[in-house]
Write a protein that binds this ligand. Structure first.
Ligand code: ADE
Ligand code: ZN
Length: 324
């Protein structure tokens, strides 16, 4: 498969944690700028830590590295670097996650985070680069009550935000616990998504749809284990924002050739291809298309269909069936 072909397909990136686009070089640059000590000697030592057993072993490194982000300028520079890479990969719209609680808990004002990211988005759109939309995510490990508080803290920034989501440690923290946060987010008119079925069981995907009322499922890899769930996702047209390279690196699947995406596609589910935390997993969105095509024997027409699905699944139009 030809990279030029893949990069030439206009596409949306719908599952990207902006903090997960923090390349080691920029992490050390920001650490020096802000006088933050990283527990890694240098870029090479940090890269050596990018060998993950599971989601949690990744999250530990990810949360450590994001402590170098302190000012609006830092968040701007992070998003600017990501958007330049996304542009080269044919991304015309990026709907990007960020984790407000991991910044406000370190004393960083939410306004600085939102302002820095938004300014990079405006500059990108003005210069023909990808349009940026922001999705604020509650981190599950801080629990349901903090998630509700976080949603309330979004209100002054409502104009800069498109959606609300949920990420971080999945197993043991079922979606239903966070129903109140999603209700509050919908009250603000935010489009709702949730990570589900990455490490967690298919039941968590059912709960995300039926209890939280989300419009898209982030990952959903384990949906393949439940035929009734696959039928439901297909019937409702609920998009899955899948991340093949991430799933291999975090051992959600043993190898790319075993990734459920082609089977879900065959079953009529609206799947999309995304990069999750590309600085940590070694692949931006075009790399994900290419690796998947190679491992699973997808054609150019298949990839063009996946790119079109990503555009169709964007939060540009009116809300879907669960958007009130
Ligand atoms: N936060 C950043 N990347 C994540 C992932 N893959 N799953 C859950 N939370 C995350
Ligand atoms: Zn993710």
């Amino acid at each position: 498969m030809d990279r030029t072909f893949v990069a030439g397909l206009p596409k949306a990136e719908l599952h990207l944690h902006i903090e997960g686009s923090l390349e080691p070089e920029l992490a050390f640059e920001l650490a020096a700028r802000n006088g933050v000590d990283l527990p890694y000697a240098d870029v090479a030592a940090l890269r050596r830590a990018f060998s993950f057993r599971d989601l949690q072993s990744f999250l530990d490194v990810y949360y450590t590295c994001m402590t170098v982000l302190r000012t609006a300028e830092d968040f701007h520079d992070l998003a600017e670097a990501y958007l330049a890479r996304a542009r080269a990969d044919g991304v015309v719209r990026a709907e990007v996650f960020f984790d407000p609680q991991e910044h406000t808990s370190r004393g960083i004002p939410l306004a600085d985070v939102v302002t820095g990211l938004s300014r990079a988005g405006e500059e990108s759109a003005e210069t023909g680069g990808p349009h940026l939309a922001l999705i604020a995510c509650a981190v599950r490990h801080r629990g349901p009550e903090e998630a509700v508080e976080m949603v309330h803290s979004l209100e002054p920034h409502r104009e800069q935000l498109t959606g609300f989501g949920m990420d971080s440690t999945e197993v043991g923290l079922p979606p239903r616990l966070f129903a109140a946060a999603f209700e509050a987010a919908r009250g603000l008119g935010l489009r709702c998504v949730a990570h589900a079925g990455e490490e967690g069981p298919p039941e968590y995907v059912w709960e995300a749809i039926d209890v939280l009322g989300v419009e898209r499922i982030d990952h959903g890899a384990r949906a393949i284990e439940d035929a009734a769930l696959v039928r439901r996702l297909a019937a409702d047209g609920t998009p899955l924002t899948m991340c093949p390279v991430s799933n291999v690196r975090l051992r959600v699947v043993p190898e790319l050739a075993a990734h459920p995406l082609p089977r879900l596609l065959d079953a009529g589910v609206r799947v999309t291809v995304n990069s999750d935390d590309p600085a940590y997993f070694g692949g931006y969105v075009a790399d994900n298309y290419l690796a998947l095509a190679e491992a699973c024997g997808l054609s150019e027409a298949d990839l063009a269909g996946l790119a079109q699905s990503s555009l169709d699944a964007c939060f540009t139009g009116a809300g879907g069936p669960h958007h009130r």
